[in-house]
Design a protein around this ligand. Structure first.
Ligand SMILES: CC(C)(COP(=O)(O)OP(=O)(O)OC[C@H]1O[C@@H](n2cnc3c(N)ncnc32)[C@H](O)[C@@H]1OP(=O)(O)O)[C@@H](O)C(=O)NCCC(=O)NCCS
Length: 185
């Protein structure tokens, strides 16, 4: 597959509808992105409405990966952090439509999110991913360092507790003087 087109998402009915189906589908398949299955379209829509409103306030950036008119993946870069942590940002709500997985969509989204974070002057990225069924491999291949694991952190979408793995990565000028980064480069 050619590299997906990545764009910053804004709140339009079409974008919201595709984000809703992406999120409900991801949760139904067991993706740990903060919700339980079954996730109603109304709850998913309310989540994206709030997220895109925060993006409009410049508190976060919601990115989309496109194959033509189809939204095939998304990731969110969280920028609104406490005043003593404005040098960092967080990666959240990474998901690729099941039928588009394994083709580099998440990697492309992650790279764009990292580039945006550097543009915003951020020098440290932080994220967490579920121990069971999460995306540790994606982040480790992209040069993230595992800081540790918290057991029994959250329920999986279909029930049962899972731990969470915490990751970090230096980006921008701070990365050049640090340890080797993106192992996939
Ligand atoms: C995790 C997820 C976003 C990966 O999306 P994807 O588009 O299939 O990922 P990519 O194809 O870009 O993968 C890039 C690399 O990371 C690896 N990778 C991706 N997901 C992985 C996973 N869950 N475990 C281990 N490795 C993974 C791929 O094998 C690939 O490595 P390669 O280049 O050596 O082949 C997708 O599986 C998903 O939506 N899962 C459900 C939601 C979820 O768990 N999100 C993460 C929340 S932190």
């Amino acid at each position: 597959m050619p590299a997906p087109v990545i764009s910053v998402l804004h709140d339009t009915p079409g974008v919201r509808a595709q984000l809703v189906s992406l999120l409900t589908g991801t949760v139904a398949q067991g993706g740990s992105v903060g919700f339980m299955h079954p996730l109603s379209p109304a709850v998913a829509d309310a989540f994206w409405a709030g997220s895109l409103a925060a993006a409009a306030r410049d508190e976060r950036t919601v990115l989309g990966a496109w194959a033509g008119d189809t939204l095939i993946g998304t990731v969110t870069l969280l920028l609104a952090l406490p005043p003593n942590q404005l040098h960092r940002a967080e990666i959240a709500k990474m998901m690729t439509r099941p039928q588009w997985r394994g083709q580099g969509v998440a990697r492309a989204l992650l790279r764009r999110a990292e580039a945006l974070a550097v543009e915003r002057g951020r020098t440290l990225l932080v994220l967490d991913t579920a121990t069971e069924g999460g995306a540790a491999g994606l982040y480790e291949k992209a040069g993230y360092t595992r800081a540790g694991e918290i057991p029994d952190f959250a329920l999986k979408p279909h029930g049962g507790l899972t731990g969470t793995l915490l990751y970090w990565k230096r980006i921008g000028p701070a990365a050049t003087s640090a340890a080797p980064e993106d192992a996939s480069e």
